[in-house]
Design a protein around this ligand. Structure first.
Ligand code: PMP
Length: 407
């Protein structure tokens, strides 16, 4: 059956709630997505029937829990089309995935006068870990520029790849601008210069199918909560050759093979990077979320959202004094904007009175705000459950905002 957002929306119990006495218009999925009943039920079922600690128990319940946990590893492998399930490391989210790579791969490969290349549109979580690493090592952070539409300057990116560049870390989709980067092209350029590439996929995986083998990257990170799963869980995929060569990240139980007071040895990947008891129920919920989006079909979701993004971009242009921040030719899901003379926080507060949830602020991308010379933006972000009615409600809400300030 063809994808139908009206029908998919019924899978999300939250839409039965009223906000400020009105139907919820949820336009903040880039911050965190709502959860379908399939995820909520899978977690409740897991805790009701299969919960125990994993990997260590010889009893049936622990085997069930381990099976469910490891089942998600295979689902995540298939979701990213990764070659092997042992290349999937469970982490807390994209932020931890990037910190893990900085603390292990980064500390090993980046030394004094080396360079890490990022772009001007990165989320703080793909800036600050590299900044700290560069400070520690006496290395330099280089930043590829973006143009006035928020598109990456690919030529400049290519020129910034030098023999000193030891890693490129780039977002697949920008959370503040919606720009979709040409990641396979960037990976090709980087690899031609011998530079490995980490991709921050936090804003990509809810909106499009991702194939890490086709992209050719070295690391790919995403968060469960943005792809309709629970918060507190995420995935780092890395090529086995990298993961095997990397030193451990956190240490303790589970990540070891042997421990004595003289020294310890490390478990195989991915367990080497999974110290301590993980968020077992969260990982099971992530598995249900991946089943859910895969069941709907990411290509169908992507087609629906592209159509809706085009509709929303046109509709917002009818609002007097509105300026879209981020108009790259290739965009996904995000509409960041400012309204002449009205602070974004006021926009958010007035829209809230109508039951409309948008994000306002710097979106953890302060350099993007600096680039466009705005202190903040209002951001409406779309997901599979949004419809034209949501966009129409936003436009009507913005007219109300203008009305309030015209008085
Ligand atoms: N990268 C991007 C592009 C993001 O949008 C976000 C979340 N806003 C992150 C990284 C960080 O994700 P998390 O907070 O789930 O670790």
């Amino acid at each position: 059956m063809a994808f139908n957002a009206e029908i998919a929306r019924k899978d999300f119990p939250i839409f039965e709630e009223k906000m400020r006495g009105k139907p919820l218009v949820f336009l903040d999925s880039a911050a965190s997505a709502q959860k379908p009943r399939a995820v909520i039920d899978a977690m409740a079922r897991f805790y009701s029937t299969s919960y125990a600690n994993i990997h260590r128990g010889v009893y049936e319940l622990s085997e069930r829990a381990t099976g469910a946990f490891e089942g998600t590893r295979e689902k995540a492998r298939a979701f990213l089309n990764a070659p092997e399930a042992r290349e999937i490391v469970f982490v807390r989210g994209t932020t931890e995935a990037i910190n893990l790579v900085a603390a292990t791969f980064g500390r090993t490969h980046i030394g004094a006068d080396d360079e890490v290349l990022i772009t001007h549109m990165e989320h703080h979580s793909n800036i600050v870990p590299w900044q700290l690493l560069c400070e520690e090592k006496g290395a330099r952070l280089r930043v590829a520029p973006i143009d006035d539409r928020g598109a990456l300057d690919v030529e400049a990116f290519g020129k910034l790849l030098t023999p000193r560049t030891k890693l490129a870390a780039i977002s697949h989709v920008s959370n503040a601008l919606g720009t979709v980067n040409p990641v396979s092209e960037l990976v090709e350029l980087a690899h031609a210069a011998g530079v490995p590439v980490l991709i921050d996929g936090a804003q990509a995986v809810p909106h499009q199918a991702v194939d890490v083998q086709a992209l050719g990257c070295d690391f790919y990170a995403f968060s469960s909560h943005k792809v309709f799963g629970p918060s507190g869980v995420g995935v780092l995929w890395g090529k086995a050759e990298h993961l095997e060569a990397m030193p451990p990240y956190q240490s303790g139980g589970e990540m070891i093979l042997t421990v004595s007071f003289e020294g310890s040895t490390w478990n195989e990947i991915p367990h080497k990077f999974e110290a301590g008891t993980p968020d077992i129920g969260g990982v099971v919920g992530l598995g249900a979320a991946l089943d859910y989006v895969t069941g709907l079909g990411l290509d169908a979701i992507s087609a629906h959202e592209s159509e809706l993004l085009a509709y929303a971009s046109q509709a917002l242009e009818t609002v007097r004094g509105l300026r879209l921040i981020g108009t790259a030719p290739h965009k996904a899901s995000v509409l960041s904007f400012v309204l002449d003379g009205i602070h974004p926080h006021d926009i958010g507060t007035i829209l809230d009175q109508e039951g409309i949830a948008v994000r306002t602020g710097h979106h953890c991308a302060q350099p993007v705000m600096q680039r466009f010379d705005v202190p903040a933006t209002a951001r409406a972000s779309l997901a599979l459950y949004n419809t034209r009615a949501d966009v129409d409600a936003l436009v009507a809400g913005l007219e109300r905002v203008r009305g309030v300030f015209a008085r």
